[in-house]
Ligand binder design. Sequence first.
Ligand SMILES: [Zn+2]
Length: 286
Amino acid sequence: MSFLNRFRKQTEPAAPEAPPAPAPIPSKAKGFIPPPPRPALPATGDPKLARLQQRRQALEHAIELVEQSGDPNSSFQQRIAVLDATLDSVEAEIRQTLPLPPRTLPDLPAIPIEHIGVSLDPVPSVSFSIGPARFAYAEEIDWAERGTQIVKGDLVPVEVDIDRLIPDSIAGSVRDELAAHLERSLFSFATDLRDRAVEGDTQPVATTLTDLAISCPRCGDWQLWGSICLRCLEHERRLRELNAERSRVLDERTSEVEERQRQVEELPLQRRRLAETIASIQALQS
Ligand SMILES: [Zn+2]
């Protein structure tokens, strides 16, 4: 697992905001007037006649629903109105989410990251210093072994001294935010050092403290080591979620309209079926 993936997992909100629940569709629509209960069929001893009468009632009901589907109070129009309202609100949220307001945040001084040490035995451990501050991370001893596959564990901070990295000129909530950012970025850096050693890749050179909090070219927030902007990632995730919701509502609306169209086209056939059923009933009763 790359440190980016591990990071994404860690930093995603524990309980992401649920997408707006789909509006309840049929009869809960505002203003919907349910059809009056139908009168019970007259009891008949003839099972064939009873079947025909049931068929007649079902056909009459189906035809009536289609005939009334242009009426604003019909269940079809109500469902479309609910879908349109949902679509409007999703699109408004997309418009509101689209611009990511740029931030202006302080840069950190170019203090070299030195004394980089990476050991893989007995377990991976990483250490380095930034100015007077020392940092050390190590995996915990209990490597999980499943079959022949060794599952890499996460590094755990052993020695971390973030506060000394932040100039006194940065104070208040920005300082707290920067401290939280550096904790993540240092972890990304340490994990990258570990992963490079495991893969036999060369280690980064001429790295400084500045590289742990570079301003994102898109949004101005600090990027993690590895050019990862969590703010942009979260923004993209939210837009993907909203666009998926928009597509879902549009698809549902299209299905509703197509189904109604199919029923309208079937109306002459349904009326013919009804006429035949009525004729059969009359033939039985005469
Ligand atoms: Zn960004």
